[in-house]
Design a protein around this ligand. Structure first.
Ligand SMILES: *Cc1c(COP(=O)(O)O)cnc(C)c1O
Length: 271
């Protein structure tokens, strides 16, 4: 049994994660990820039931999303609002399929999110909170939200700096259509597992401290952290939601900098 401190990152997606082309393929990928989740939970003395797997389908075609649905997935994560909304429109025949928007949102797209999303994991400004709340009220809907925190200190990453979060959450009860569920982060993209782990430790520590001072109605139970390359470390540090794309849907063809505009270039520290 490896020590948890020796858990490594797996950021080389190519070759490691085959693209599923049948429901059975997808089920195999899903089972492999669930096995990794269970092993990480075992190392950390956690019940695997306390970790929710959010499959991330960004950039993948509708046919792949349908494989995920057929394999039992009922919520999918997408990081671009327009792409997510388009997929939602095309998959209206699956009314029990829910959508989580996990990427940065501009206020002018709040209207789209309010229409179809069940969850928004990248709240990092009051302007977006206000825009979402107003649009949700108009739609007669509500939305689960996670506050995104920049735990890596990289200027290019979205999210509030940790010091801003205590003040920020005090304003959130005013937005009655938003149900605050917890915090979300993207760790440093690095093969240095120790530095990745520090990001997760920071988020959990912040959450634990904030629980004392959170205003009524702001629930901080959830910690959304960890993706294909680092979710085992995140689970060891307390993740309750892991957002996994490539390990389920196959490697994406483009470098990550393509999907996170503003990240350091293709040869960023992640490889
Ligand atoms: C794409 C994405 C993920 C999943 O990354 P994979 O490497 O595909 O597992 C997780 N979180 C966010 C915010 C993303 O945009």
């Amino acid at each position: 049994m490896p020590e948890s401190s020796s858990t490594q990152t797996f950021h080389k997606a190519h070759g490691l994660y085959p693209e599923p082309s049948s429901v059975d393929d997808f089920r195999r990928n899903l089972a492999a990820v669930q096995t990794r989740i269970a092993a990480a939970c075992h190392r950390a003395g956690r019940d695997p039931q306390t970790v929710r797997l959010l499959p991330v389908s960004k950039t993948k075609p509708e046919s792949s999303l349908r494989l995920a649905y057929a394999a039992g997935c009922r919520m999918l994560g997408e990081n671009k609002v327009q792409e997510a909304h388009g997929k939602w429109e095309k998959m209206q025949d699956l009314p029990d399929l829910q959508w989580a928007v996990i990427g940065h949102l501009q206020t002018n797209k709040a209207k789209l999110v309010a229409r179809f999303a069940s969850e928004f994991q990248a709240l990092d400004s009051l302007r977006v909170a206000e825009a979402l709340d107003r649009r949700l009220q108009a739609e007669g809907r509500s939305l689960d939200v996670f506050v995104q925190v920049n735990t890596s200190g990289e200027a290019s990453k979205y999210g509030l700096v940790p010091e801003e979060v205590p003040g920020f959450i005090q304003y959130l009860p005013a937005f009655t259509a938003l149900r605050v569920r917890g915090l979300m982060t993207l760790a440093l993209f690095s093969k240095d597992a120790g530095r990745v782990r520090k990001c997760f430790v920071l988020l959990r520590g912040l959450r634990d401290r904030l629980r004392q001072s959170a205003p009524a109605g702001v629930n901080l139970d959830e910690l959304s952290m960890g993706m294909s390359g680092d979710f085992e470390i995140a689970i060891e540090e307390g993740a309750s939601v892991v957002r996994v794309g490539q390990a389920l849907f196959g490697a994406r063809p483009m470098p990550d900098s393509h999907y996170w505009p503003g990240e350091p270039g293709p040869e960023n520290s992640r490889r």
